[in-house]
Design a protein around this ligand. Structure first.
Ligand code: PEP
Ligand code: MG
Length: 758
């Protein structure tokens, strides 16, 4: 396909459609003319338009099929080729329609004589409100250029059907949710918490008033102008204090910049204008095409980048249409729950934190930039909420309960009452935990535990003061790399580390060297990693760092220089054999010597530690321990390897228990020699953040936990109600002859001994 011929073909149709649209006739008459024009332009025997009415696709106009079928033939979403196109919002281009598995024969149409079939969705507000299709007697696929032209025409049709009289007739383009009843909508837990607020759409919907251009040159100028303005806005955002030098967020803005100056994107929009669309319609058309492509590509990282592009595309659309302002810019007027298909982290930060109570994302993932930032802001987020923008209307009351993995829309008074009860309880509990901030995590029998927090972003450091934690037991340095479009340079790393150390004051911070690769793949290292079948067991963490030692050297220098005059705690992830630890430590020591040779100030002490995440390392503790200052058990990875169960696979999430005797026995075998060697031992996986699990770890003799900040209060309360000595004695007995359900046994021990669990 040549793009210019696509443009010409579409343009010819649009010129003819333009007159139809302007005519003072009924919507039905317009549709009847449209199918004739498109049928003729594509040399098709048949051209039909189906529109969604009452949730069913109804044949509204046709040329070539039996006219008696109009308003009679109906397809459910997902039924037949037309229903499939609408359901998946995807085009189909077939040389033999009947051989497609989804083909459904409708005898009243008389379509059996037509072989080839091409159909495209008519899209409004990102969902299909109808289908435009053409059919031909000859069994040959339509040319790409013709399908492209159909897609452009479908945009214009979406304007036509949005025209008041047709919308009223079809009810297709309603912005209201299809149901107004109370409804529980499930999703994926991204950031825990509960919230109540009214539904606010991040992007107040932009209505594209006109799709067919009167003057192509004028439209082109409008787009050029909008691009300039958008670039200006992004430069300004980058300069703002909040995103100022050193912040993680300006790295996200670098991605925006990359796209804002991307010539390919501007060119595609220009080509759509060439085909006769207005600037707004052209931007939307390119965005639609990108979305359709994205649905076919199963690459989460690319998807993240595409969301950044989508952000910008929306921004461009707002500028060009003069319908400026996200909900953030218009200002939140009440406690709100924000709804978006996806958000950029910078966009999230534009909201008034006092009114922003929660976020619902149609997409979203645990490692997405926005999730990382929301966690730092303390805003609960529910992701993968399917169809959220269809099921929820602007202004609906929402009760968000991420802990339950759901949101309630338009709750009944009874549901509200029960939610309020739960919320009150959780607030009360949170207040009582906050009151424990300055109380030491000491057991009833007098052992002072060490409770530290896991962190990864600059803002996370605030958690130290809020929770009264003893330090940062795991600083995931890869977060800075994850929120960055390009590899963070050494100076930038150093600034972050220094800021974190300064904010922590006397409290220790354990910096883990980058654990990238695996599920935390970086786009700029992807080519080196290649496609891995099992990325969690692949080229990641220290394996990658020792081979690409430039990365580790830069980080070592950044850390050593940042910790000048203080103690530096460095920890290496995914150590599988002692020599890996030795090499990593030697690399740091070489950097220390180099910095010393430059007469620069050094840390007063560098303490080196390893993470125990790979089971094999447990067999080598006698060799490794004498070299270590500390050991930290990463139970997230360790348990997935012990059970050979992918930690990211939801099907296995419930299958193996952290409290299974196998895991507890394994941990007990590590605790003994490590304590005997006088090496500090901590657990820094998520396991330690749950009260019953934390209790079990303490029962094994573990005295240090590094956990998510929100868990500090509950775990501290548990510790303060615990007789550690008794638990250790009883657990040794339980583990010698493990009961079948260890979790139940431990829970009943806790209950018998009045341990405060939550
Ligand atoms: C772990 O594996 O337990 C751990 C703390 O590291 P991460 O979750 O970052 O892989
Ligand atoms: Mg890990």
């Amino acid at each position: 396909m040549t793009l210019s011929s696509a443009a010409t073909s579409a343009r010819e149709m649009l010129v003819r459609l333009h007159d139809v649209m302007a005519a003072r006739t009924t919507a039905q008459a317009k549709l009847n003319s449209v199918v004739k024009i498109i049928g003729a332009a594509t040399n098709s025997e048949v051209c039909s338009i189906y529109l969604l009415r009452d949730g069913v696709l109804e044949l509204f106009a046709t040329q070539g099929l039996d006219q008696a079928a109009v308003h009679v033939t109906k397809m459910a979403l997902g039924e037949g080729l037309v229903g499939t196109i609408a359901q998946h919002v995807e085009m189909l281009n077939l040389d033999e329609a009947a051989s497609h598995p989804d083909f459904a024969y409708k005898p009243e149409t008389g379509e059996e004589k037509f072989h080839s079939f091409a159909g495209v969705p008519i899209i409004r507000r990102e969902r299909a409100v109808g289908v435009l299709c053409v059919q031909h007697i000859e069994p040959h696929r339509y040319a790409d250029v013709e399908v492209e032209a159909l897609q452009t025409v479908a945009m214009v049709l979406s304007e036509l059907i949005a025209n008041a009289d047709l919308i009223d007739a079809t009810g297709a383009a309603t912005t209201r949710p299809q149901s107004t009843a109370a409804m529980r909508i499930p999703g994926l837990k991204l950031v825990e918490g509960m919230a109540r607020g009214v539904a606010v759409f991040h992007q107040p919907r932009i209505t594209i008033e006109h799709t067919v251009a009167e003057d192509v040159e004028a439209e082109r100028h409008r787009v050029y102008g909008a691009f300039d303005k958008m670039r200006e806005q992004i430069e300004r955002m980058a300069a703002q204090a909040e995103f100022g030098s050193g912040g993680e967020h300006d790295e996200v803005l670098e991605t925006y910049k990359m796209f804002a100056y991307d010539e390919g994107w501007a060119r595609r929009i220009n080509e759509a204008i060439d085909s006769g669309l207005t600037a707004e319609a052209a931007i939307e058309r390119v965005q639609q095409r990108t979305r359709m492509r994205m649905r076919q590509i199963d690459d989460p990282l690319l998807a993240e980048r595409m969301h950044d592009l989508e952000d910008l595309s929306n921004r461009l659309l707002r500028i060009v249409s003069g319908q400026m302002g996200t909900a953030a810019q218009l200002g939140l007027r009440a406690d709100s729950i924000l709804i978006a298909r996806n958000l950029g982290p910078a966009e999230l930060l534009e909201y008034d934190r006092r009114r922003l109570k929660g976020v619902l994302l149609e997409e979203g993932s645990l490692t997405a930039h926005v999730t990382i930032v929301a966690r730092a802001m303390g805003v609960p987020v529910l992701g993968r909420v399917k169809d959220v923008r269809r099921l929820i209307g602007e202004g609906d009351l929402l009760l968000l309960d991420v802990t339950d993995g759901s949101v309630f829309a338009r709750p009944t008074p009874l549901i509200e009452e029960s939610f309020e009860g739960k919320l009150l309880l959780s607030q009360k509990r949170r207040a009582s935990f906050a009151a424990l901030k300055d109380a030491p995590p000491t057991t009833l029998d007098g052992t002072r535990m060490t409770l530290m927090v896991n962190a990864g972003l600059r803002d996370d450091v605030a958690a130290l003061d809020l929770t009264g934690a003893d330090g940062i037991g795991l600083f995931r340095t890869e977060f800075q790399f994850l929120v960055s479009a390009t590899l963070p340079q050494r100076e930038r790393q150093q600034r972050l580390y220094r800021d974190v150390l300064e904010a922590a004051g006397d409290r220790p911070v354990i910096f883990r060297t980058v654990d990238i690769g695996g599920d935390k793949a970086l786009p700029y290292l992807k080519d080196d990693a290649g496609d891995e079948e099992n990325p969690a067991m692949g080229w990641r963490a220290i394996r990658l760092a020792l081979e690409r030692d430039g990365l580790m050297k830069a980080q070592a220098r950044a850390l050593i220089e940042a910790a000048a005059g203080r103690t530096l705690n460095v920890m290496f992830p995914m150590v599988s054999e002692p020599w890996e630890f030795d090499e990593a430590q030697a690399l740091f020591e070489t950097q220390r010597a180099w910095i010393a040779s430059r007469q620069r100030k050094l840390p007063t002490l560098i303490r080196y530690g390893a993470m125990l995440e790979v089971p094999a390392l447990a067999e080598m503790l006698d060799v490794l321990l004498p070299r270590l200052d500390f050991l930290s058990i990463g139970t997230n990875d360790l348990t997935q390897f012990l059970f050979a169960a992918d930690r990211a696979n939801p099907k296995l999430a419930e299958r193996y228990d952290w409290l299974s005797p196998a895991i507890l026995r394994f941990l007990a075998r590590v605790v003994g020699p490590t304590r005997a060697a006088g090496v500090d031992l901590a657990v820094c996986g998520e396991m330690g953040g749950r009260t019953l699990e934390a209790m079990a770890l303490i029962g094994l003799g573990i005295e240090r936990l590094s956990i998510t900040p929100a868990a500090v209060g509950p775990v501290k309360a548990m510790i303060r109600s615990l007789d550690r000595g008794q638990l250790m004695t009883d657990m040794a007995v339980m583990l010698a002859r493990p009961p079948r359900d260890m979790r139940a046994a431990l829970a009943s021990w806790a209950s018998d001994n009045n341990v405060e669990l939550s």
